[in-house]
Design a protein around this ligand. Structure first.
Ligand code: C5P
Length: 297
């Protein structure tokens, strides 16, 4: 393949779990998931430069504490793309400008990797079906297939089986990231040892989104991982949720394995006003809107 130097810029959107359920432990060591996922406008900016070369990958970010080697999910995405497609005559430079909070449950790293996959597909011009791309994504991490196309979707299995549903109605979103971060494997281990008493009504949530009802949607947003939190962490999440509800959120919920907590507001103005109040309490506070599924990538 003859390569012309190509620079591709991609927005790597964050995600929220409108619901998250863990159905049990699988034989492969992962957990069986049932989630409703939502892309939001808060995004990282990913620039991928592809030049003729010998298969070298470099990655840089604006956060000194993030890895700039093969531990970086963006790096892994480029590596897997080239290995799987047998491409070895290019070099790839990845620049990631982070805006999505790290270790928040908002899919920042996964979204960066998904953006690298989209950029690599465009830069190399290879023919790949949507299924091929999702399969590549699943090799990198469980949340990556959803992040490739985004929108509003049910995620099943390891989290990699994606079924898009009607895009979420227009609304305002506020997300805050408390001081603590949760280790994903540790929280999965913890959920194995607690008896989950309440499960989200996923079917009802999907029906509510399909019917465009904010009120019916809001009352069904729920994350079972909140039940596995204890002590100061549980108290912090509870207090973030209370603050969001006090400022007019229709619902408040933790996303993924946390620690970010989000609220859904009827209007953008309502979210903006709440964001100003919550921003005084949380250094990392974001106002966003839902983003629809990408039609073409
Ligand atoms: O797939 P990913 O690398 O993002 O998963 C990170 C960790 O989260 C896994 O090593 C596993 O401990 C846990 N996990 C799980 N079940 C899932 C997804 C993730 O147990 N469905």
């Amino acid at each position: 393949m003859d390569m012309i130097d190509t620079i591709i810029k991609e927005k790597a959107y964050g995600k929220l779990n409108l619901s998250l359920d863990v159905l049990g432990k699988r034989e492969d060591g992962y957990h069986e998931m049932l989630m409703v996922m939502q892309t939001i406008s808060l995004h990282d900016d990913v620039t991928v430069t592809v030049t003729g070369g010998t298969g070298k990958i470099s990655v840089s970010t604006n956060k000194h504490f993030l890895p700039n080697n093969e531990k970086n999910l963006g790096y892994k995405a480029a590596q897997i793309f080239m290995t799987e497609l047998g491409i070895n005559n290019i070099d790839v430079g990845i620049k990631i400008m982070k805006h999505i909070p790290v270790c928040a449950g908002m899919g920042g790293g996964s979204s960066d990797a998904a953006a690298v996959l989209r950029a690599m597909k465009r830069a190399t011009g290879v023919t790949l079906t949507a299924q091929d791309l999702l399969r590549l994504g699943a090799k990198i991490g469980s949340d990556i297939p959803f992040c490739i196309y985004g929108g509003t979707a049910i995620a099943r299995g390891r989290g990699t089986e994606i079924e898009n549903i009607r895009n979420l109605f227009d609304c305002g979103i506020v997300a805050v990231k408390p001081f603590f971060s949760v280790s994903t494997p540790a929280l999965f281990n913890k959920i194995d040892s607690v008896k989950v008493m309440i499960h989200p009504d996923t079917e009802g949530l999907v029906a509510a989104i399909e019917s465009g009802s904010l009120c019916e949607t809001a009352r069904r947003c729920f994350n079972v991982f909140e039940e596995a939190l204890t002590g100061k962490e549980a108290a912090t999440v509870r207090s973030a949720k209370d603050m969001l509800l006090n400022e007019g959120a229709e619902c408040a919920c933790m996303t993924g394995t946390g620690s970010a907590v989000f609220g859904i507001f009827e209007t953008h103005e309502g979210a903006k006003a709440a964001g100003e109040v919550l921003g005084r309490e949380f250094k990392e506070c974001f106002v966003a809107t839902p983003v629809e599924k990408a039609s073409e990538i």
